[in-house]
Design a protein around this ligand. Structure first.
Ligand code: SF4
Length: 214
């Protein structure tokens, strides 16, 4: 295949700011790819209505949407696309900062990981049996777990398995309501267990939902 001729299902490309996690407020062009390997009951992301685009078409649209040279690849699940490394390398060649949001079930290959400046993984507690040591992501910049029920033991297990700079909990939102109480209690429980000096679990708020931007 000619370099740049790989194709990807693209749901949307838009300029905005990162709404959650350690990069909250960072301007970026968001590239939402279609398809996911999980089916979370509270998922509010449309990852099915996609158009097929080549690498070159995606790069051109990102340039057209914004002069900001930061791109955030999300989904769905971006790592289900076997050619994703080629797309990231193309951005890298143009000097972009590249972030990715993944559910962490799959591990990025070496080419993909080398291109990523910032990898966020959001493991899903209700799919715990999908996280296999041999195939899951084992290191990232950020781990962010949605508090979808009693997630504390899942969080401890994921922290043992995934080395990261930041560990966050996010409230779960259903129909516009966030489970703040449950989230804050889980934070307190997890942080009480940590040895002195360990990086604490922090609260990540989905500010884009509260502030009404994308
Ligand atoms: S992993 Fe993310 S995109 Fe996929 S179903 Fe779950 S919340 Fe939705």
């Amino acid at each position: 295949m000619t370099a740049g001729a790989e194709t990807f299902p693209v749901v949307e490309i838009f300029a905005s700011r990162q709404g959650e996690g350690a990069n909250t407020g960072r301007e970026a062009v968001f590239v939402r790819l279609g398809g996911c390997n999980l089916a979370c009951p509270w998922c509010d992301t449309d990852f099915t209505d996609a158009r097929i685009c080549t690498t070159e078409e995606i790069l051109a649209e990102v340039r057209r949407v914004s002069p900001v040279r930061s791109v955030l690849v999300t989904g769905g699940e971006p790592l289900i696309h076997p050619q994703i490394g080629a797309l990231l390398s193309a951005w890298k060649g143009e000097g972009y900062w590249i972030g990715m949001e993944s559910n962490g079930v799959l591990r990025p290959d070496a080419e993909t990981r080398a291109s990523l400046d910032y990898l966020t993984v959001s493991p899903k507690a209700h799919e715990a049996n999908r996280y296999r040591l041999e195939t899951m992501t084992r290191e990232a910049e950020e781990v962010r777990i949605v508090v979808d029920g009693a997630v504390e033991s899942f969080c401890r297990e994921m922290r043992e398995r995934i080395t990261a700079r930041h560990y966050f909990l996010s409230p779960c939102e259903r129909g516009g309501a966030f489970n703040w109480d449950e989230t804050v209690c889980a934070l307190g429980t997890l942080n009480l267990d940590l040895p002195p000096g360990a990086t604490p679990w922090l609260l990540s708020v989905q500010t884009h939902k509260l502030a009404g931007f994308r």
